[in-house]
Write a protein that binds this ligand. Sequence first.
Ligand code: MRU
Length: 351
Amino acid sequence: MISDRLFTIREEGDAVVVLDQTLLPHQVAARHLRSLADAAHAIRAMLVRGAPLIGVTAAYGVALALKDGAGNESLQHACDTLAATRPTAVNLHWALARMQRHLRPLPVAQRRDAAWAEARAIAEEDAAANRQIGRNGLALIEQVAHRPVNLMTHCNAGWLATAAWGTALAPVYAAREAGLPVHVYVSETRPRNQGLLTAWELHEAGVDRTLIADNAAGHLLRQGKVDLVIVGADRIAANGDTANKIGTCLKALAAADCGVPFYVAAPLSTVDRDCPDGARIPIEERDDGEVRHVGGLDRQGVHATVAIAPDWMPVANPAFDVTPARLIAGIVTERGVCAPGELHTLFGNET
Ligand code: MRU
């Protein structure tokens, strides 16, 4: 699935190369990140996106920053700059805290190489965790009696959102490997339309999929066309309340009313054990232009942006919502599937 053309992030000399997700699904193009400013821009402008990938990019951003000096002040400046890029995905803050913990005790002369190695380790661990999420989630798909199994997802929690494999889509890829036929309903996910990324990556992987307007989800659930819903997460509070892309909670409510199980798939790096419940999760409010304007290809195949609402129209653009734990049938992690209220059991005695 990940090839020379299809990858999310990789090292190249003393630069980091990312796939520019703002151009997908129409164009596959890579961008070189060579500095802290490049990494911060890539996260803020959503060239890279998805909680786990944001965390990996931030870790590499620290490594890029230390090129120009690795003292405590540079390290703190890098972490502060990257932490300010996006507020909701906790993997960003988790990765920066891990980089600080790892680098601070080291002599300054060793920090630069150590930063690259630690960023690489974070990326490799993310890929391994997601692979295991796929295996653990496969069991849920196998439980459905008929074939193909119809899943619904929201936003993009596929390999594009991670170092590899994805979170919500990892079980789909595991099912495909196991020869189990699946079909995925993919909601557009206005205003940024990350559903198009999902539809694109499923197409690239040869998985059967149907793109739907966000508003079609309730109708399909009521018609019995969906066996299970699996979404990703940007931050999971200690009680299992889950922040994910705006529109997730509506799907969870509809799924609950229709008796369709609603699962969240995420690595443990997305669990914020310091956050007791969803009400404390910071929700990113993004630029109102994302709601006012729509981008795409015109009839000549040239990228164009058109206004669908006038400038004077008041607009709100909350980027995430919180699905209460009571609507979640289970959380799929690399350490197993558990009820939202049982999350703490996955951490054992870890502090
Ligand atoms: O704003 P984004 O695209 O960075 O949003 C994050 C997401 O990709 C989703 O909310 C996703 O479902 C969880 S991250 C795997």
